[in-house]
Design a protein around this ligand. Structure first.
Ligand code: ADP
Length: 407
């Protein structure tokens, strides 16, 4: 009954399905790619494009042979672009490949279909033993899109060309590189300043008491700036490391808000910025990590104090939403934030006014830390601001069970 569609063919189709599922479900593209291409090559071989070993196949030795009827259907089911190249020409292209390269590519010279010198060179080179490194292609399809081309050799001189979209991982890599560059720059500036003052103090300025004290104060401030930055960088990496671990402790936000508020007021001393707390009477606890939620409050209250109107109060509200979420919001009466900046405020080191942020001791990482903590809590962050009136940053976190804390 297998009739030219032997056990090997079925096994090979199985490999494709498993590899395809791994690519699209688990996202482990690299590991599944080799299996995927190998599987397609095996289907072609097993289905009679042939090595002549599969005696059950009636088309075992025919060459050149069109791909068996089921091959296009199998390849079409794969969402990434796949081409089958026979004697340098595209003999089949799945729907994704035709969308990317054009509907006309069937029958075309593969070098014209994929207009890329690196790809052409590899496609025209004779088949080699062992796995070949992939070729990186830029500018195929949209200009900023990046692809990785992998080639598998099947029997009968056919080649299976698989294009993997690498645009997302390239963007992630770019962000990582930018982050390292920004962090190094942020650390280098205060360090250069400290080294400069040490040198000056070593010279004649060190003898003058007044000058020496002024320089030491600047050096202390710069060292503190570096310390804050390093603390925020460590925080960010810790939060990212555990971002998939859902916090599950019941946290009483009202008590936490009072604790953080008290701590900040005590630390400020006499000329404290007034911090008001408007806390609803019956609010359920949230599923959370108390230390991280305290960090969110510190960062939001800190920003409201830094960027709020001098002497005007900062207000913290806490309420239960009908959706089952608990919302807390920190409002100030500052100058507000122009709308075009709001979507970018949670990016690392993004500041509306770098000078003002630095002068107020900001690291440019506070809202990025807040965003990561809120994401870990499966919550939501909203920033609303009106120029000349002020800013409200609100956080919504899912409630923990149905219990209500009465105060
Ligand atoms: P920073 O350490 O610079 O305060 P954040 O990540 O906490 O860094 O905030 C990023 C930027 O967002 C700040 O530099 C500031 O320009 C702006 N910002 C944050 N909170 C407020 C606020 N309450 N009012 C006005 N601007 C704000």
């Amino acid at each position: 009954m297998m009739n030219g569609f032997g056990l090997r063919t079925l096994a090979a189709i199985g490999i494709i399905v498993v590899a395809g599922a791994a690519v699209f479900l688990i996202g482990d593209v690299q590991a599944s790619l080799v299996t995927l291409i190998g599987g397609i090559a095996a289907v072609l071989t097993a289905a009679g494009i042939g090595d002549g070993e599969d005696d059950a196949s009636p088309v075992a030795t025919a060459d050149p042979t069109p791909p068996p009827d089921h091959i296009p259907a199998v390849i079409d089911a794969i969402v990434e672009p796949i081409l089958i190249v026979t004697s340098g020409q595209v003999s089949h292209a799945n729907a994704a490949a035709r969308t990317l390269l054009g509907q006309h590519i069937i029958g075309q010279d593969v070098r014209l279909a994929i207009r890329h010198p690196g790809a052409a060179e590899r496609l025209m080179s004779p088949p080699s033993e062992g796995a070949q490194p992939p070729v990186n292609l830029v500018g195929l399809g949209a200009r900023e899109q990046r692809w990785e081309m992998r080639i598998g050799d099947a029997a009968g001189g056919r080649r299976i060309v698989h294009l993997v979209d690498q645009t997302g991982s390239y963007a992630a890599e770019r962000m990582r590189v930018d982050f390292v560059a920004n962090a190094s720059h942020e650390l280098r500036t205060p360090l250069a300043s400290i080294l400069g003052y040490i040198e000056t103090l070593g010279d004649e300025a060190g003898d003058e008491k007044e000058l020496r004290e002024r320089f030491l104060k600047i050096m202390f401030d710069e060292a503190r700036r570096m310390q804050r930055l390093i603390e925020d960088l460590i925080s960010l990496s810790r939060i990212e490391a555990e971002k998939y671990r859902l916090p599950d402790r019941a946290v009483d936000l009202a008590a936490l808000i009072e604790e953080v508020r008290g701590g900040i007021l005590d630390a400020q001393g006499e000329n404290a910025v007034p911090i008001r707390a408007d806390l609803a009477a019956e609010v359920p606890p949230v599923s959370g990590d108390a230390a991280q939620l305290s960090q969110v409050l510190h960062n939001l209250i800190g920003n409201a104090m830094k960027y709020g109107r001098k002497g005007a109060p900062v207000t913290i509200r806490l309420e239960r939403l009908p959706t089952g979420m608990v919302r807390f919001a920190v409002s100030d009466e500052g100058d507000g934030i122009p709308a075009e900046h709001i979507p970018r405020l949670t990016e690392r080191f993004y500041r509306v006014d770098t000078g003002r942020s630095r002068a107020a001791g900001g690291t440019g990482l506070g809202l990025s830390i807040v965003k990561h903590i809120v994401e870990r809590h499966r919550g939501r962050l909203d920033i609303e601001s009106t120029i000349g009136t002020g800013t409200t940053v609100a956080v919504m976190i899912p409630a923990h069970g149905s219990a209500v804390i009465k105060r």
